[in-house]
Design a protein around this ligand. Structure first.
Ligand SMILES: NC(=O)c1ccc[n+]([C@@H]2O[C@H](COP(=O)([O-])OP(=O)(O)OC[C@H]3O[C@@H](n4cnc5c(N)ncnc54)[C@H](OP(=O)(O)O)[C@@H]3O)[C@@H](O)[C@H]2O)c1
Length: 333
């Protein structure tokens, strides 16, 4: 495994992180979830990403049990707050009340005294940014949270938060968690340049396009059983945006590129996001331990300019680049 700094902070994270969205507490039984975490640890992954909302809070519990007994100092545990975790008006968003309650629930479920990174899962248009940043800063002072990050915030929102933090002396955001893959490059025009200047690192989600970039979904054919595209508990709806024949055909055309390099398709996809120096880590998901063992081999892989050009030529117009696609709900969900 290789390690990178989380933005300009002193914290080092594994280039490849393990995330448990849609799997732990949902698509995948607990034994398989624990085997995936074991495989991740054995392969040198030290960084684990979850969220209070995943599987209605069950994903944090599963991860907490799977990591129990591991040396805490050797792990970086990331979680998030924003999406609803209960029926109440205040069980969502980034108010001081919900942030305070949510971190306590996350720490209990994860069976830890602190999380390494606490992330605002979206921007909350209904809470003053000062209130959110002060509440986060208080958690840092209390030792419940070591670093603060955001997810899917626009460049303007990140810039505004950094300005307030600097003016008020609050802890600064060190990371952003956006979707980023060969197919989804919307952070490149605005968020990456700002982040490079401000020392914010990207911890990117769905680097394999939720499995699509492995090439296992064939155009015009039903998806393989047991894959995310057949997962009725939520996965199939989430992956739907990439499940069209234009995307799937072009992904098949990436196979010779991966083969020439002696890489699996998943490794090529993960290596691609890691070529961006503003990326601190690629968070991969897995439903089986062999996937984790395949994916980690992307750490440290260098892709030269010719390879990147060939990939762009193959994918052509199916690549999404519009920065306006980075959005948070206008009102709280
Ligand atoms: N901040 C946010 O808003 C946000 C949103 C989404 C995700 N995330 C984070 O990002 C993490 C990763 O997201 P993701 O799960 O969509 O990422 P991904 O790594 O692009 O997709 C993972 C899925 O692809 C399939 N897969 C992975 N490796 C494979 C391999 N080698 N061969 C074949 N299939 C393989 C598996 O699904 P099947 O086996 O079921 O097909 C696996 O669950 C999440 O766990 C979460 O921590 C954050």
């Amino acid at each position: 495994m290789e390690f990178r700094h989380l933005g300009r902070s002193g914290l080092k994270v594994s280039e490849i992180s393990y995330g448990n969205w849609l799997t732990h507490g949902s698509q995948v039984e607990e034994d398989a979830a624990k085997e995936c975490v074991r495989a991740a640890l054995d392969e040198g992954i030290t960084t684990f990403d979850t969220a209070d909302v995943y599987a209605g809070t069950k994903a944090e519990e599963v991860l907490g049990r799977a990591l129990k007994g591991e040396r805490r100092e050797s792990l970086e545990i990331f979680t998030k707050v924003y999406w609803p975790t209960g029926p109440g008006q205040n069980d969502r968003g980034l108010s001081r009340k919900h942030i305070t309650e949510s971190i306590n629930g996350s720490l209990r479920r994860l069976q830890t005294d602190y999380v390494d990174l606490y992330q605002a899962h979206r921007f909350d248009h209904e809470t003053p940014l000062e209130e959110t940043l002060k509440a986060f800063d208080d958690l840092v002072r209390q030792g419940k949270v070591l670093y603060i990050g955001v997810s899917e915030w626009t460049a303007g929102q990140i810039a505004q938060a950094l300005k307030i933090a600097d003016e008020m002396g609050f802890d600064r955001i060190v990371s952003n968690q956006p979707q980023y893959s060969m197919l989804w490059r919307v952070i490149e025009p605005e968020i990456v340049p700002l982040s490079e200047k401000e020392g914010v690192g990207q911890i990117v989600w769905s680097p394999i396009g939720q499995g699509v970039l492995t090439g296992k979904y064939l155009p015009g054919q039903p998806p393989p059983e047991g894959s995310r595209a057949t997962d009725g508990s939520g996965g199939s709806a989430m992956i739907a945006r990439f499940m069209n024949d234009d995307v799937l055909t072009r992904v098949q055309d990436l196979k010779p590129i991966a083969a020439d390099l002696g890489l699996s398709m998943a490794q090529l996809a993960i290596a691609w996001v890691l070529q961006n120096p503003n990326v601190s880590s690629a968070i991969v998901g897995a439903s089986r331990p062999d996937q984790v063992r395949d994916n980690v081999k992307a750490a440290g892989v260098k892709l030269d300019a010719d390879v990147l050009k060939r990939i762009d030529e193959v994918l052509g117009s199916v690549v999404e680049r519009d920065p306006a696609k980075t959005q948070s709900p206008r009102t709280r969900p």
